[in-house]
Structure formats: structure tokens, C-alpha cells
Design a protein around this ligand. Structure first.
Ligand SMILES: [Zn+2]
Length: 990
């Protein structure tokens, strides 16, 4: 490699150019007053009689216009000026322009189109009177000595004369505009690939990068000359720019200093810009019929480099994730309307969806035809504004099936196919299996071919299905039993991804209005973040004002890792170890919404990092320290639409079966031992007591936590177990029969044991009134003081638990979704309160082990109480269930006891209702009622049972607890007959 310093003059002799077509010739001569940021120029354009010319003036001053040396009158203020010559000749325009660095920085992408200042000259916008349409350009530029300059050119002449350097650029093909870059700071490195001269114009401080860029350029030229026609030009330059550009122009690429210094640019963007030499800079784009070049270039560069590393499917999946996150139906448009990228959404369409179109085309026609057709397209359309129809024509030449439908489907309508797969049926017929299923499309129906992978025990079978209608059924004959089926595993089809394929990422926060939840403290350090979301129309709210309905219906931005709203949704989310963090989670109430938790240690940390976040749209979690990204992560999701077809059932080896003694040994080291129950089965309570007694023998520091008692009654429980209150009073004061209601004989042996051994019994449950209120009207219906009783942390994210509760709900209530939400919330308040009670007890009594007895539903799979307690304190635990299916993961042990007879409390066998100011009145009798037989009647008010005055049902139930079947009780009643009331006493044999 030779290095040419900027003072060396090189001259290339110019061959004469044959202008075959009738396009204008545009000779431009410019000079600069850099100190004044000024350009002066003269344009000379050949004109043809009757051929209309339109110029764009932009911010330029037009000094004069001459036609064939005659001055012409013109209106200075018009932005576009045009003329129709009445004879052939030459038009001359004298112009001036001033481009300070500040005034150019007004384009949507924040890059100045035109700047002339001491740093350099970068003219990529409207810097001379641009003639609409294609012309043959030549440019002459005069600059002070020391400058190097570049423009579109096959040949560059450079002459130094009287402290002025004069450049002549010649490009022998038509162009619609030219660009001009110059600087005093360039050093030029030259090399060669075959007969293409490669030049790197880098600033001195970045000179060390030039060699790498040239090596990669050679690699890309070799790659693309292998796939496509040979490189179109004699020279190619890599130009470092002082502005942050990333452009490709015919014969050069223009990369900003901040960009060339990024280490991955040579691996990605450089190849992309070089490929644009073919697509965009050799074959031009007919923007009126849609920009095909970005998608095609992306497909054969950025995408192709991932294919080379075996990651093509990941790249395509990312395209579809971006489409799903950034494109809303309102801002979607057909591909024929794409001109250029304005934002994430237009990029997802014009780059992403177009790249997918070319991928589907390549899959359909095969690699050979694909590249034959592209080469034909390049040869036929070079130096012309090519359209989608030109692409289709080239493909049609080499492919027999009609492609009209394919192009129309993808180019002329918006959206992507949305597919659902359902009704899977697997039937064995002899040695083979038949798998049938249905495929549905959304309202918009596409014709697409979907690859299908069928996983068997020893192989994977590849098939494909072609869908053309809204609903279609398919059958596959299979040689064995499949375990799962995956549709479009490699993302070969442009489609809306299924929910299980979409990760929850930062991009999902864009495009929809959010609620921003202010932190309880240090709110001011988030000022920049709040402002940003407010500008986008977000609602800013204090945590205390947010209702559950708000939480369900919005994408949420939660500020501060200690924000109480986090607890209301996720229980808790541990803080990240970073100066600034953002984490995206699914909204547990609404699978279509996400929550973003943003947390920063100081205003400086937040301000240094937050503005960068939108560049990391594909990530789920980002961590920054002092503005530097230190970690990034994407949530893992399914690959393809995955359906499990068959899973081997679990089995238990009965040779290894154990006894309850083994179970007690097995759980004895657990801090918390959960033992489930069906509430009304004596055998279950007998097992519970055996476990309690067994553990108590090993460790006397043991407590019992009970679902059956509610927190406000802890005192009553304590006084009973320490012997200062008798059983009757305990049952009355704890409102056991009102609040729990099951026969006390079921639990009596456990409580008797606790009392005898002075074992603390912990009331775990929430007040029944609150549970009822929430279950009926939702959490928002609670009063302030009721709300204060609800645990701060509640984790709603366990979807499987939610589904199990939904099954329960469907069978005992009407299944309106809103009401289920309330039911679900009430169940979780129940679970979270119990786990809170356990945690509080263990905090106060760290030396204790606790046995928790609760209904099976609160314990299975750990979903109800165990995992929630673990979230709070991390203590190890074991789950023992009784008489339940031995599913994997449902518990640590399942116990199958023999039935046990227990003492059943006898009943009066009357239906009772409360009569205001009077007492309990008989409203009916069940069949074979002992009370009816004894002479009691409907309407009788029960006054006493034996010597117990009856003020509530529990008076009767407590009294009868000590009776046995066959005992006789005296029931005193008040009976109204006509005008008189009379008391009677009946002997009822229980
Ligand atoms: Zn591009």
C-alpha cells in the first residue's frame, strides 16, 4: 500500500464521453470563501428546444441567468423555477450560497445537509441549482491549497496553481444530483482490488483505521462480484466526514468520524454502503414507485452477514419483532409508497418488510434464478431510475410461474399475515400416525407457503403448507409419534409473530400512550425522563392515585426501583446493580401491554444514559454506568409457532414408595413445611397432625400457621393456646363458625395438640370482609383504611396459577372476564396475606420452624403461598399434598392415607334465617329432620338450646359440638299463632 499525502498532485487524463441519450450536460464550477461559509458557482447546462427544465433553488441566491449569453429575467423568490427553451443552446446560472454549520442542522435526522466551515466542507443537500431528472455532470472546484476534495467521479484531476488547488470531477453516466466533500485534514491511502482503485480519505487521528477499511472493502468487493455483476466503477473511496453521516454515493461512501470509529462498522455498515454501489448508485431508484433498494441492500448485506454465521433466522425474527413493535395500523403503508427512512416505523417497513419480500422471493424461485434475475436487473437498469416492475420483469424472465400475484400481494397492501394454528388431532392408524390441524388467517388473507418442522423421537421431518384462504385444514401422514410441531421455525415468512415469539422489549414502549408513575422520593432526578414521555403525550401520575383499572389498561413507565406500583404488580423486582437501568416486563393484567421500570442512582446517571435508550429498542434489560452500557439482554422467546403434540406421561416406581415417617424425615430440615388438605376430610387432618407431632419430636421450636383463622383474631388464638381462654369462648370470639364454618372436630385434634404442647398457632388469613369486597367489586372499591391492610407486594405474574384459578372460577361462578379479575385479585390477596403472616412470624421468631396448613389449591406447584413466601424471605420449604395427582412439580411429597372416621358434630337439621330484632327463625327443614320430627315448625323462633341462650347460629353449633348422635337437647321456641305468641319446649333427639 502506498500513502499519498494531500500535497501530491495526480492527474488522470479524461477520455471523451459519448452521450448516447438526449440528457442535459451540467457543468458546474464552484469556489469557496471558507471563512465566510460561502460558495459561489456557475452552472452551465445544455438545453434543447421544447424540453422543459425545472430547477430547485433552495437557500441559494441566484445572481443571474443567461441563455446563450443573453440575460434572462427571473423571480428570485421562487423555490422551483422552470423554463421551456425555444431553441437549443446553453443556459448559465450564477449563484451563491452561505452554509454555516448551525443553519444546516435542520433536517429530520439531525445531520446538516450542507456545511462550509473551518472543519471542512460537506455538501450533500441542495447546494447548487439542482436540475430535476438525470443529467451528465462535471464539477470543477477551486479551494485553497491543502484541501483534498471528493465528488462522484470516475476520474479526478487535481492541479495546484498560485496557492489554489483546482479539482475536476468527471462522471460519465447520468446522475440526478452530485455531492461534494472537502477538508484540509485528509490523508489519502490508496490500494487496488483487481482494476478498481480503492482510496481511503481519513483524518490524521483516524489514519490507523484506513488499512482495516481498505481490507474489508476488498473483501466486500470480492463477495459481491461473486454474487452480482462486477463492480460498476473504476474507483471507490471511503471518506471520513466531520458530520455524522452514513451515506453511499456513486464511487464513494461518506461515514462520519463518530461512525468510522465504532469497531463493528466494518462488519456491517461498510458492506451495506458498498452494496449500495450496485443498488441505488448504479441502478437508481424510481422513488415514485417505491424505494426497493434499502430492503434489497439490507437483505444481501446486514442479513447476509448473519446468514454466513448461521444466524439468518435470528435476523429475520428481529425484523418481524421490530415490525410488531414499531408499526401500528395507522402508520403502516404499502411498500410502493416507501421513499426513505424517517423513524423506526418506516424503517421496519421499508428496510425490514422489503428484506423479507426478497427473502420469500429467493425461497420461491431458488438461489440460482434469484441471482440470475438480479444480474439481469442490474445490466438492464444501470443508470436508470428502476422500479419494482423492472425487478419483477427481470425475475419473470428466469422464472416460469407468474409472479404478478406475489408482487401485488406484498407491494400494494399494508400489514402482514396473522396466522393461528388450532384443532390438532393425532390418530394412530396401524403403524403410521395422521396429524390434522387447521390454519386460520386474519381478515386480510395472503397466499403464503409456511415451512413446518415435525419433531419425532429420532428425527425432524420438514414439510410445508400453502395457505391461500381464511381457513384451511391440513393432514400429514407420519411414520411415528410426533412430540411437537413448529411452524416457520426459521422465519422464512413475513408474518405477525405469535405472542410466545415476541419478547418484551423497549421498542414496545413506542407508539402508544403510557402512564408514567412518579417515584415516591427523588422525583426530580427523573425530570428529563418525565419531560420526554410528557412530550409524547403520556399521563404523569403519583403512585397513590393509580387505580387497578389504570394498571390494567396502559403501558406503564414506573420510575424508581422502590416505586410501590412495582409491588402491586410483581411483588417485588430486585434493584439492578447499575447507575441506570431499564427493564421491560409483561403487564400481568394485560398481555398486550408492557411495563418499563426505569431506575437511576442520580440525575447525572439518568441524564447520561436515558437519551441513548431508544437506540436499544430490541432489548428487554439495559444497564448503564455513567452513560456507558454495561449489560443488555433480550428476553428469550419461542422459535417459530410451537405446538406440543405429545408428552410422555410421568410414572412412579412403586419399588421406591415411602411412608409418612420418610416424609417427615425428608421435610424436617425445611424452615417452612406446607401441608395441604381437603378441608372436610378427617384423614388429611390426621396426616397434618402426624407431621406436626413428628416434627415437634425433632424440634420443639415449631409453630403452626393456619389458613382457617384471620389475622385480627391472633390474640384470641394466643389466649386459647396458652390456656387463659376456654374452647367455647375461643370459638365464639374467633368467630370460627362464621368465618370458616367447617365442623370444628376436623381441626380440634390439631389445636388440642398445640395447646397441650404450647405450640404457637398463627392466624394467617386476611379478614373475610375484605376478600369478599374485592371479589365482588375489585380492589379499587376498598376504602383507604381497608387498603392499608393489603400486602404491599403482590405478584400477579404466575400465568399458570391464573389459568388454574380460572378453571375454578368457571365452575363456580359466571365467567365474565371482569369478574374473574376480581376473583383472581381476591385469591391473590388471600395468598399474599398468608405468605406475609408467615414471613412476619419468622422475622419475629427466627429460631422457629413453621408448619403451614392450608387448602391444596393454595399450595400446589408452590403458586399460592410457598413461592410468595420465598420471594419475601428466601427460606427453604417443602410442600406435602394429600390425595392429589402425582404431577411433576406439584409438591415434594404426595401422601395417600387410609380413610379415617372422625367425630361428626350432630345437627338440629333446621334451616335458619335471622329475623331482625327477634332472633333466629326456622325457615325450613331438610329431609328426615330430627327437629321436624320432634314437632318444631317453620316460623318458630329459637330462644334456647338446653340452657344456652341463642343469639346466633354459632351458639347452637358450639353447644352441639359437645353432643353426640342420639343425645337429647331441649329446644325452647317462640311460636306465633294468630294474635298470640307462646313459648314451647321440644325434646329433639339428635
Ligand atoms: Zn442503505
Amino acid at each position: 500500500m502506498r500513502i499519498w499525502f494531500s500535497f501530491i498532485v495526480f492527474i488522470i487524463s479524461a477520455p471523451s464521453v459519448a452521450y448516447a441519450d438526449n440528457l442535459p450536460r451540467y457543468d458546474l464550477a464552484v469556489s469557496f470563501d471558507v471563512a465566510a461559509s460561502k460558495i459561489s458557482g456557475v452552472s452551465k447546462i445544455t438545453i434543447t428546444k421544447g424540453r422543459e427544465l425545472y430547477f430547485r433553488r433552495g437557500p441559494l441566491d441566484i445572481r443571474y441567468i443567461k441563455i446563450n449569453d443573453q440575460h434572462v429575467e427571473f423571480e428570485q423568490r421562487q423555490d422551483i423555477f422552470g423554463l421551456t427553451p425555444d431553441h437549443d443552446g446553453v443556459m448559465e446560472i450564477g449563484f451563491e450560497g452561505t452554509f454555516h454549520s448551525s443553519q444546516g442542522r435542520q433536517r429530520h435526522d439531525g445531520i446538516a445537509a450542507n456545511t462550509i466551515d473551518s472543519e471542512g466542507i460537506s455538501l450533500t443537500g441542495l447546494w447548487f441549482p439542482i436540475l430535476e431528472g438525470l443529467s451528465y455532470y462535471s464539477l470543477k472546484a477551486s479551494l485553497p491549497e491543502g484541501y483534498e476534495a471528493i465528488s462522484e467521479a470516475e476520474e479526478i484531476t487535481r492541479v495546484l496553481r498560485d496557492n489554489t488547488v483546482e479539482f475536476q470531477f468527471k462522471f460519465p453516466h447520468p446522475l440526478d444530483s452530485i455531492n461534494f466533500i472537502a477538508s484540509q485534514r485528509y490523508t489519502i491511502v490508496r490500494d487496488r482490488y483487481k482494476d478498481v482503485e480503492i482510496l481511503a480519505y481519513f483524518f490524521k487521528e483516524d489514519m490507523k483505521l484506513a488499512e482495516t477499511y481498505i481490507e474489508y472493502t476488498k473483501k466486500y468487493l470480492a463477495l459481491y462480484e461473486g454474487l452480482l455483476n462486477s463492480f460498476p466503477y473504476k474507483r471507490f473511496s471511503i471518506i471520513e466526514n466531520f458530520l455524522p453521516t452514513g451515506y453511499s454515493m456513486p464511487t464513494f461512501t461518506l461515514l462520519g468520524s463518530s461512525i468510522v470509529r465504532l469497531p463493528f462498522i466494518v462488519e456491517t455498515s461498510l458492506g451495506h454502503e458498498i452494496l449500495h454501489q450496485w443498488f441505488g448508485n448504479h441502478v437508481y431508484i424510481d422513488y415514485d414507485s417505491g424505494n426497493w433498494a434499502e430492503g434489497l441492500t439490507t437483505y444481501l448485506s446486514d442479513h447476509f452477514y448473519q446468514v454466513q454465521q448461521g444466524k439468518g433466522w435470528e435476523y429475520r425474527k428481529q425484523i418481524l419483532i421490530d415490525y410488531g413493535n414499531y408499526v401500528t395500523p395507522e402508520d403502516d403503508f404499502p411498500l410502493r409508497e416507501f421513499t426513505g427512512r424517517m423513524n423506526h416505523s418506516t424503517r421496519a417497513i421499508g428496510y425490514g418488510k422489503v428484506a423479507m419480500l426478497f427473502h420469500m422471493l429467493k425461497v420461491a424461485v431458488g438461489d440460482k434464478v434469484f441471482f440470475q434475475a438480479l444480474n439481469d436487473f442490474i445490466a438492464a437498469q444501470r443508470y436508470r431510475n428502476a422500479s419494482w416492475d423492472d425487478i419483477r420483469n427481470s425475475f419473470q424472465k428466469y422464472y416460469d410461474n407468474n409472479l404478478q400475484g406475489f408482487f401485488t400481494q406484498w407491494l400494494d397492501s399494508t400489514g402482514l399475515p396473522q396466522l393461528t394454528f388450532e384443532n390438532f388431532v393425532l390418530i394412530q392408524t396401524g403403524r403410521t400416525f395422521t396429524l390434522s390441524f387447521d390454519v386460520n388467517q386474519d381478515e386480510k388473507v395472503f397466499a403464503i407457503t409456511i415451512p413446518v418442522s415435525i419433531y419425532m423421537s429420532d428425527e425432524t421431518i420438514q414439510k410445508s403448507i400453502t395457505v391461500t384462504r381464511k381457513k384451511q385444514s391440513f393432514d400429514f401422514e407420519l411414520p411415528g409419534k410426533p412430540s411437537k410441531i413448529v411452524f416457520d421455525e426459521n422465519y422464512d415468512v413475513a408474518r405477525i409473530l405469535s405472542r410466545d415469539e415476541m419478547p418484551h422489549v423497549i421498542a414496545a414502549l413506542s407508539g402508544e400512550l403510557q402512564v408514567v408513575v412518579l417515584p415516591e422520593k427523588n422525583s426530580d432526578r427523573y425530570d428529563g425522563v418525565i419531560q420526554e414521555f410528557q412530550d409524547k403525550g403520556a399521563r404523569i401520575m403519583h403512585a397513590a392515585d393509580i387505580t387497578n383499572e389504570d394498571l390494567k389498561n396502559h403501558a406503564l413507565i414506573i420510575l424508581g426501583h422502590d416505586n410501590p406500583v412495582i409491588g402491586r404488580l410483581y411483588g417485588n423486582v430486585p434493584p439492578e446493580n447499575a447507575g441506570f437501568s431499564i427493564r421491560i416486563l409483561e403487564n400481568p393484567w394485560n398481555r398486550d401491554k408492557v411495563t418499563g421500570i426505569i431506575s437511576g442512582e442520580s440525575r447525572e446517571e439518568i441524564d447520561a444514559a436515558f437519551y441513548k435508550v431508544s437506540h436499544y429498542g430490541k432489548y428487554s434489560t439495559l444497564l448503564f454506568n455513567q452513560g456507558k452500557n454495561i449489560a443488555k439482554e433480550i428476553e428469550e422467546t419461542n422459535r417459530g409457532v410451537t405446538m406440543e403434540l405429545y408428552r410422555e406421561p410421568y410414572a412412579i416406581n412403586l419399588a421406591k414408595i415411602e411412608t409418612l415417617t420418610n416424609v417427615i424425615d425428608g421435610v424436617s430440615k425445611s424452615k417452612i413445611v406446607y401441608v395441604g388438605e381437603m378441608h372436610d376430610v378427617f384423614a388429611h387432618h390426621a396426616v397434618q397432625l402426624d407431621i406436626i407431632a413428628g416434627l415437634h419430636r425433632k424440634n420443639s421450636n415449631i409453630a403452626i400457621g393456619m389458613e382457617m383463622f384471620q389475622r385480627p383474631y391472633q390474640d384470641t388464638l394466643d389466649r386459647y393456646t396458652d390456656g387463659s381462654m376456654d374452647e367455647k369462648e375461643f370459638l365464639k370470639r374467633s368467630e370460627y363458625f362464621e368465618r370458616w364454618g367447617f365442623d370444628y372436630n376436623l381441626y380440634k385434634p390439631i389445636l388440642d395438640f398445640a395447646k397441650a404442647e404450647k405450640i404457637p398457632v398463627i392466624a394467617l388469613n386476611m379478614d373475610r370482609e375484605i376478600i369478599r369486597k374485592v371479589s365482588k367489586n375489585g380492589i379499587d372499591a376498598l376504602e383507604q383504611e381497608e387498603r392499608a391492610l393489603i400486602p404491599e407486594g403482590m405478584d400477579f405474574t404466575d400465568r399458570e396459577y391464573r389459568e388454574r384459578l380460572h378453571e375454578v372460577f368457571k365452575h363456580h361462578a359466571n365467567n365474565e372476564e371482569k369478574e374473574f379479575d376480581n376473583f383472581y385479585t381476591s385469591q391473590l390477596i388471600w395468598d399474599e396475606t398468608m405468605s406475609l403472616s408467615i414471613d412476619e412470624f419468622l422475622q419475629d421468631n427466627p429460631d422457629y420452624q413453621i408448619v403451614v396448613i392450608a387448602g391444596t389449591g393454595h399450595l400446589q406447584y408452590g403458586s399460592g403461598i410457598p413461592k410468595r413466601t420465598f420471594r419475601r424471605n428466601g427460606h427453604n420449604y417443602s410442600i406435602v399434598l394429600i390425595d392429589t395427582d402425582a404431577e411433576k412439580g406439584i409438591a415434594d411429597y404426595v401422601v395417600y392415607p387410609k380413610p379415617v372416621e372422625g367425630i361428626t358434630t350432630p345437627k338440629l337439621m333446621v334451616f335458619l334465617k335471622e329475623v331482625e330484632d327477634k332472633g333466629l327463625s326456622i325457615s325450613g327443614f331438610p329431609e328426615n329432620s330430627v327437629s321436624e320430627e320432634a314437632g318444631l315448625d317453620i316460623g318458630d323462633l329459637i330462644l334456647f338450646v338446653d340452657d344456652v341462650e341463642v343469639t346466633g347460629i354459632d351458639d347452637i353449633r358450639i353447644h352441639l359440638l359437645y353432643k353426640r348422635k342420639g343425645d337429647v337437647v331441649k329446644v325452647r321456641i317462640l311460636r306465633s299463632e294468630e294474635d298470640s305468641e307462646q313459648e314451647f319446649v321440644f325434646d329433639v333427639t339428635l
